[in-house]
Design a protein around this ligand. Structure first.
Ligand code: URA
Length: 187
């Protein structure tokens, strides 16, 4: 199956109750052959309306940090979320919604096979690292993952809420991601 075929399948998905409240499925965006993939939590209002991940305020910050620390834009990476449909009122996704949606994310990661996966915030990090530990303790290092690494960092909305220190730590994490990308390129 190709990423485009998987996306077509996801666009009609009714595997969980989030389907009923969505405007659009927000499958993911970017280069299907990207070497780096970002994983967020779930679409918010803007994303639900536009059908693209991280296009609201969090996304603007993500775009900026990506440009400044990695020298790349969203066309040269891939961006997806743990859940592909907006939880009503931006509540946290429920465990059963995450489980229902998980095969899409797993397949995206399999098909893209990125060298570096940057998980943004608790939901993506806990799912990908299979842990209940919080992002504050998990970030600051990278973790072996398949043929590459996972680099956990804060969700950009945490940076928008909390400000300078969190942004500085996100920058440090993205520099770590860039180094992992360069190291992977040398192999
Ligand atoms: N927050 C997320 O986790 N994902 C989005 O796509 C937008 C905001």
């Amino acid at each position: 199956m190709t990423l485009a075929e998987l996306e077509r399948e996801a666009l009609d998905c009714t595997r969980c109750p989030l389907a009923a409240g969505r405007t659009q499925v927000v499958f993911g965006v970017g280069d299907p052959a990207a070497r780096i993939m970002f994983i967020g939590e779930g679409p918010g209002r803007e994303e639900d309306l536009r059908g693209e991940p991280f296009v609201g305020r969090s996304g603007q910050l993500l775009d900026r940090l990506m440009a400044e620390e990695l020298g790349m834009d969203r066309t040269s990476c891939y961006i997806a979320n743990v859940v592909k449909c907006r939880p009503p009122g931006n509540r946290d996704p429920k465990p059963e919604e995450i489980e229902a949606c998980r095969p899409y994310l797993e397949s995206q990661v399999d098909l893209i096979a990125p060298a570096v996966v940057v998980t943004l915030g608790n939901f993506a990090t806990r799912l990908m690292l299979d842990t209940t530990e919080g992002i504050k303790r998990l970030r600051g290092r990278s973790y072996p993952f398949r043929t590459g690494v996972i680099v956990p960092t804060y969700h950009p909305s945490a940076a928008l809420r909390s400000g300078g220190q969190v942004v500085a730590e996100m920058r440090a994490d993205l520099i770590r991601a860039k180094q992992a990308l360069m190291a992977a390129g040398l192999r």
